[in-house]
Design a protein around this ligand. Structure first.
Ligand SMILES: *[C@@H]1O[C@H](CO)[C@@H](O)[C@H](O)[C@H]1NC(C)=O
Ligand SMILES: *[C@@H]1O[C@H](CO)[C@@H](O)[C@H](O)[C@H]1NC(C)=O
Ligand SMILES: *[C@@H]1O[C@H](CO)[C@@H](O)[C@H](O)[C@H]1NC(C)=O
Ligand SMILES: *[C@@H]1O[C@H](CO)[C@@H](O)[C@H](O)[C@H]1NC(C)=O
Ligand SMILES: *[C@@H]1O[C@H](CO)[C@@H](O)[C@H](O)[C@H]1NC(C)=O
Ligand SMILES: *[C@@H]1O[C@H](CO)[C@@H](O)[C@H](O)[C@H]1NC(C)=O
Length: 669
């Protein structure tokens, strides 16, 4: 209903002006360049005028239930024979979707100028998950054009001279450096990529990004997306109003055939589609064209989704949402269940045809998320529960969207370009979600997830168990309630039965538990995962700070129970075996870290001069005698090239890029 209202609004506005581009909005949140806006770390929210990524708004946590729920409840697991488990999942489940237009800000400037904090963050993830999946794309991929070079050595730029389409969207121009940069990152860390083939002009396909990506990234190119939210093409004026699922299916086939016929493409059969917003079309409308089975090139079936939008606050369009009023809707198990419900039929169909089903782009809310929600501890708890709900529902992965400075929802944000000499990165709550899901699922590729619905299905205290080879290995428990009195803390009484009634229990003598804590769901900084944090805004070089603390819980083997306390608010991950703990931290204890002289005034000073790094040409860090530059981590040489690890003198970065797509705000309701 509200969708219809918005579409009508859009149509009226378009036709009344006669110029579709009248309502074009540039710099849509999530798609604009970094480096705009200033940031203030303190000051009241009301008077705050800086960039959204550092907005100080603190909401009130929803009131705790009164009377409180039970202070303890059982979680009974069986060591064999459990029904209803998900398909096998990998620890890279919650990856990232980086808008094409900000890729040169987040990943690095070019192939020899990588963002060190980004490498450190990905290293933390990959040591837990085994590997990391990242999509580079979004609406801005559709017009992106590969050119040999750009003036001033830039690697990405808006082409204002070519703003000819009805929305006056300047296309993006990018150089091979962007792809080489991705290749050089994968040479350092186990990162796999999805790229997007532009679909704005099917009569004149531009397959160069596919050709170069296949050549440069090799097996680290995981998939190639064809079409981003094609169900919104007509609404956005990119296709005639009659454009429907069959038209998309035809265009997909045209791209697939062109790739098949392209001699330089060695793997045409890694395509991703249809990546619907699912607002204008249902997924079933696309499946009914035969899409899922007719294209042998289709490797991944994809959708995109945001549960709410903040378009009214950003642009005055759509339904207004007051963040305080919406906060509670994220702090419940119901949120993830509601998001996946319309996709359960699709994930089941994809499974039947043997194709992974991906949530290709998601976050708390489109149009940049909500101040005080998207950047809160509550969003981290939401991300964990929603992520595990997707895993349980047989999605095979989900990608959290990363935008620029003017969004609230980034899992990580580089400082504004003119502040990079004195500020570091800001790590958001959804990065913690990704890290924690990596540990919950672990690195064996055999994990199966079960939604336990404990505590009589109480939506504020959800839990999942993760199984390997049929036996439970980890239990993930959330408490969405904020109650400093402690009255809403709970103790989960975990029991492992023998698998059949009457057989002896299999409860171990002790289990290990990691806790994720903050004082309130509203808290924005210094979230603590097992005693470690990425700090406040502008504080992180991508390495967690603090000593890791893992609780050992002694179980009562007489009564077959391991009590795990989960604070209100909080999250706990119980490792039922030592192997389960090891499999969540695959290379032992220490992530490969990357260092730089860029921030010599801060704690993490470098040991190698940047010119040495820049010219070291393939020698490993260890042979060059890198020392420790952090309090808690030793630098482990990756054995890979270090010449690409270059100082982050981002102050020199010019603001070259930025998307200018008309907004999804017209339809995201
Ligand atoms: C990468 O960026 C750095 C810093 O601006 C510049 O010095 C270097 O020439 C660039 N490298 C390439 C290959 O463009
Ligand atoms: C890094 O990128 C450069 C291109 O700028 C390329 O020559 C080099 O081979 C790349 N290194 C790796 C390991 O991919
Ligand atoms: C699932 O999707 C298929 C394909 O569109 C459709 O035929 C079927 O009715 C759907 N089933 C449910 C339960 O929605
Ligand atoms: C996920 O797939 C498994 C295996 O086919 C199936 O048993 C299970 O019911 C599915 N889960 C959901 C939530 O559909
Ligand atoms: C950074 O740039 C913005 C926008 O041009 C400007 O308002 C701000 O004062 C600059 N900040 C610093 C520290 O130079
Ligand atoms: C998990 O799967 C990935 C490929 O998706 C592979 O690279 C990795 O080696 C696998 N890990 C294990 C432990 O089998």
């Amino acid at each position: 209903m509200r969708v219809t209202d918005l579409l009508s609004f859009f149509t009226v506005l378009s036709s009344s002006t006669g110029v579709f581009g009248y309502v074009t909005l540039y710099g849509l949140p999530g798609q604009e360049p970094l480096g705009t806006g200033t940031a203030t770390a303190s000051g009241s929210a009301a008077s705050y005028t800086g960039a959204a990524a550092y907005n100080p708004t603190i909401l009130n946590p929803p009131p705790p239930p009164n009377p409180p729920g039970p202070s303890q409840f059982p979680i009974q697991l069986m060591s064999t024979g459990t029904q209803g488990l998900s398909i096998q999942q990998s620890g890279n489940f919650l990856g990232f979707s980086i808008e094409f237009s900000v890729v040169n800000q987040v990943l690095g400037k070019n192939s020899s100028f990588l963002q060190v904090p980004f490498l450190n963050l990905m290293s933390e993830l990959s040591k837990r998950a085994g590997h990391v999946q990242i999509r580079v794309g979004g609406n801005t991929q559709e017009t992106a054009t590969l050119v040999p070079s750009l003036p001033d050595g830039k690697s990405i730029e808006k082409d204002y001279n070519a703003s000819s389409n009805p929305t006056a969207t300047p296309p993006l121009l990018f150089t091979p450096e962007i792809i080489y940069m991705m290749g050089n990152i994968s040479a350092l860390l186990p990162i796999e990529w999805y790229i997007g083939v532009p679909l704005n002009d099917t009569a004149n396909l531009r397959l160069e990004i596919a050709e170069l990506s296949q050549a440069v990234l090799g097996p680290n190119l995981k998939g190639m997306q064809v079409g981003n939210e094609p169900d919104l093409y007509a609404n956005h004026g990119h296709r005639p109003t009659t454009y429907g699922p069959a038209d998309y299916d035809t265009e997909f086939g045209i791209v697939a055939a062109a790739l098949d016929n392209d001699k330089t493409i060695t793997r045409p059969n890694i395509l991703v589609g249809p990546s619907l917003s699912s607002i204008a079309w249902t997924p079933e409308q696309v499946w009914d064209t035969g899409f899922m089975t007719k294209h042998p090139e289709l490797a991944y079936v994809s959708v995109e989704h945001y549960p709410l939008d903040n378009c009214f606050a950003q642009f005055g369009v759509g339904t207004p949402h007051v963040p305080q009023d919406e906060f509670a809707s994220y702090l419940t198990h119901q949120s993830g269940k509601d998001i996946v419900a319309p996709f359960l039929n699709s994930s089941n169909l994809a499974q039947q045809v043997g194709k992974p089903f991906l949530m290709f782009e998601t976050n708390t809310a489109s149009c940049g998320g909500f101040a005080g929600i998207s950047d809160s501890f509550g969003a981290a708890l939401w991300g964990i529960d929603y992520g595990l709900q997707m895993a349980y529902s047989n999605f095979s992965g989900a990608l959290v969207h990363v935008g620029g400075q003017s969004v609230f929802y980034n899992p990580f944000t580089p400082p504004p370009t003119n502040q990079s000499t004195f500020h570091q990165w800001t790590i958001g709550p959804l990065f913690y979600s990704s890290l924690i899901i990596a540990e919950a699922i672990g690195s064996t590729n055999k994990s199966q997830v079960l939604d336990l619905n404990p505590n009589a299905g109480n939506l504020l205290t959800p839990a999942y168990a993760i199984y390997e080879n049929g036996a439970p290995v980890r239990v993930a428990m959330t408490n969405f309630i904020t109650d400093p009195s402690g009255a809403n803390d709970y103790t989960a009484m975990i029991s492992i039965g023998g698998g059949q009634t009457g057989t002896p229990g299999a409860t171990p003598a002790t289990i290990k538990v990691k806790h994720f804590t903050a004082d309130s769901v509203s808290q924005k900084a210094n979230l603590s995962w097992a005693g470690q944090t990425f700090g406040d805004i502008f504080q992180s070089d991508g390495r967690p700070v603090g000593t890791e603390t893992i609780e050992t819980v002694t179980c009562d083997q007489t009564n077959n129970v391991c009590p795990v306390k989960v604070k209100a608010p909080g999250f706990a991950l119980a490792f039922l075996t030592d192997t389960a703990l090891q499999n969540s931290d695959s290379d032992g204890a220490t992530a490969t870290t990357f260092s730089t002289t860029a921030r010599t005034r801060l704690r993490n000073t470098a040991t190698v001069a940047p010119d040495v790094l820049a010219t070291s040409n393939g020698h490993s860090g260890s042979t060059r005698g890198w020392g420790s530059t952090s309090n808690s981590n030793k630098i482990l040489a990756s054995g890979a090239l270090v010449r690409v690890v270059v100082p982050g003198t981002l102050a020199l970065l010019s603001m070259v890029c930025g998307a200018a797509m008309i907004g999804r705000m017209f339809v995201r309701v």
